[in-house]
Design a protein. Sequence first.
Length: 248
Amino acid sequence: MARGSLDVPRRPTPETRLLFAHENRSTGLVQAVRTFGEMLSAFRTLHFVGPCVTVFGSARFAEDHPAYRMGMTVGEELARAGFTVMTGGGPGIMEAATRGAKEAGGETVGCGIKLPMEQRPSAYLDTYKEFRYFFTRKVMLVKYSYGFIALPGGYGTLDELFEIATLVQTRKTRDYPVVLMGTEYWAPLVGFLRERLLAEGAIDAEDLDDLVVTDDPAEAVTRIRDAAVSRFGLSYTQRPRRRWWLLE
């Protein structure tokens, strides 16, 4: 069945086999072991990546899209601030952020996902880890990051954005800065959150305060950098190379 520009075959995936593992108890055990093994492998691969900022955004935007160019600038600003740029490892905005970071002399990490529609990893990655399961991948996108920047994107970007927002809201993680890049793109969503969810009491005002909306990559990185120092005890050094270090 065609989904936009993607032809998605209807065949079992690792996640569907896991979600329906109750139909076969031995299959459930196998999937649980695979999940645990994937987590351990990811910890080993990503242990030394350093303080990261995770950038979310659509895999479908080409180089001529304004959001791609914005993604490159975001990656460049993050690299110049000393952060490792982490993405989902794919094309589009993910490629743009890692490209901008590499061209500025920074480091990049990609956490990819096996999908029915194959996606090539970004060519601008220093470290790449591929995952079977979305939920183990999400753990890694959060574990090593000290801020999150969401550029224009689709279902996957929204999923990742609200996963982080929920973790911050419920205090399951620290109050990391969450930045929405592209005021025009995000305005309808922010309006819905304010005029419907907040008005109906489904969220609190402080939940909205956790979201920063801007068109300025420098402002986004400054917010994250300031939080890294004031909230999370990071220290920054210029020598021998730009780098953040955890003090606590």
